[in-house]
Design a protein around this ligand. Structure first.
Ligand SMILES: Cc1cc2nc3c(=O)[nH]c(=O)nc-3n(C[C@H](O)[C@H](O)[C@H](O)COP(=O)(O)OP(=O)(O)OC[C@H]3O[C@@H](n4cnc5c(N)ncnc54)[C@H](O)[C@@H]3O)c2cc1C
Length: 386
């Protein structure tokens, strides 16, 4: 009933009398490449498959940085010159142009969801592979010149708001400065390799998250990550930040003064630092207290050291726009009428409809739109072809 065609790359949709009735493309050379190695792209043949209906579910555009820059909205400032990829190489957006060529309408291309806490993976699976830090609330966040980000752009608070702010600083990177205690408790990393407890389905290991100590995947980044600086001495830390981020960008005294101001409030229950207040608020919830937040402490306290600075890069992730569809996941053309035989689902359809989420989204709810629009497309196509 189901036939999977690996190593088949669709490059076109076929049409008969205005109805999409199949796909055509290239057969790629067989490949025994290990995970993390690029498989061959040598074309060994071509194929064409006819079908009663075609559902485009080819994903977003995040690995195609030229396309990301092309779609970059003015409201987010200039597109970054340097970005990392938070998605595999196959997320190239090529099928969107193919579907457009078959009469489909692309909408809301300027709606994107990229992260600002990207670190270069020391063991990349795909080109320019970035891992996102899902940060707890304690790390201090500075722009490339060492200015603390304004309230309420605290770690984990407002992804697109922070992206917009950072794009106006004139630099592509920013910095977390934290203590080792904060990193150990609050740095969660995205990606299957970074969460062996979850991917290994081990409750025993998941429970370890509540224990003290540095998770092994985070320790690997401290040891091998090109964006991580670990130092006991503050002057040395700043010198290395400047060596990595750009000579003379960060003034040591300015950076120290901001951290000391925050540290005074970490010790003071009546302190007015809003990030420390947010930290205390987060700790009122048992789950966050156990596994997501470090007990408030002074970042410059050597007992919680060494100090850790992390250069943060912009990483591409989700395309919130795509092929416009109706409520039956039928792709609509420029005239607003369905393109016969053509459906779209998942990120290729902006998670449904061509932009189900609007300009923003609720973190982590994207897969729901993929599954839902896929279900609708499948049912509608089955009904249409009897
Ligand atoms: C590291 C990471 C973490 C994420 N975390 C979350 C999260 O916590 N919550 C959440 O909701 N979302 C998350 N997402 C986003 C979510 O995973 C994606 O939006 C979702 O997987 C998209 O599903 P899709 O089926 O539309 O496309 P994809 O999963 O990208 O699948 C597209 C498929 O089409 C194939 N394809 C593409 N072009 C062609 C072609 N021309 N010919 C043949 N085949 C082609 C690809 O090989 C691929 O198999 C995350 C994504 C990543 C990368």
């Amino acid at each position: 009933l189901i036939s999977l065609r690996f190593r088949h790359r669709v490059t076109g949709l076929t049409r008969s009398a205005g109805t999409v009735d199949g796909v055509a493309g290239e057969i790629l050379e067989e490949s025994a490449a290990e995970r993390g190695q690029a498989s061959a792209r040598t074309v060994t043949g071509s194929f064409a498959i006819r079908a009663q209906a075609v559902v485009v579910a080819s994903g977003g555009i995040g690995a195609n940085h030229a396309l990301v820059r092309h779609n970059w909205p003015a409201r987010l400032g200039e597109p970054p010159a340097r970005m990392l990829s938070g998605v595999p190489a196959h997320v190239d957006g090529a099928m969107l142009a193919v579907a457009e060529g078959a009469g489909g309408r692309l909408i809301n291309g300027d709606r994107m969801w990229h992260y600002v806490e990207g670190i270069a993976n020391w063991a990349p699976i795909w080109p320019a592979h970035a891992i996102r830090i899902l940060p707890g609330p304690s790390s201090l966040w500075f722009d490339a010149r060492g200015n603390r980000l304004p309230v309420p752009l605290f770690p984990g608070f407002d992804t697109l708001g922070t992206l917009e702010h950072l794009r106006r600083t004139g630099f592509d990177h920013s910095w977390f400065v934290a203590s080792r205690s904060i990193v150990a408790k609050e740095f969660a990393l995205s990606g299957s390799e970074q969460n062996p407890d979850l991917t290994g389905r081990s409750w025993r290991q998941v429970i370890q998250r509540a224990r003290a100590g540095m998770p092994l995947p985070v320790q690997a980044f401290l040891d091998k990550g090109e964006d991580f600086i670990v130092e006991t001495d503050f002057s040395r830390l700043v010198a290395r930040m400047n060596a990595l981020g750009g000579a003379g960008l960060i003034d040591e005294a300015h950076l120290r003064a901001q951290i000391e101001a925050r540290d005074r409030d970490a010790d003071n229950p009546y302190g007015k630092d809003l990030q420390v207040t947010a930290l205390r608020g987060a700790r009122a919830y048992l789950g966050d207290r156990l596994i997501r937040t470090a007990k408030p402490h002074r970042i410059l306290d050597p007992a919680h050291g060494p100090l850790v600075a992390v250069r943060l890069n912009i990483l591409t992730r989700k395309s919130l726009g795509g092929l416009m569809t109706d409520l039956s996941s039928r792709v609509l053309g420029g005239d607003g009428a369905p393109v016969p035989g053509l459906y779209a689902a998942g990120e290729a359809a902006g998670f449904g409809g061509g932009g189900l989420h609007g300009y923003r989204a609720l973190e982590g709810t994207f897969l729901g739109g993929c599954i839902f629009s896929g279900r609708i497309a499948g049912r509608a196509a089955a009904k249409a072809v009897g």
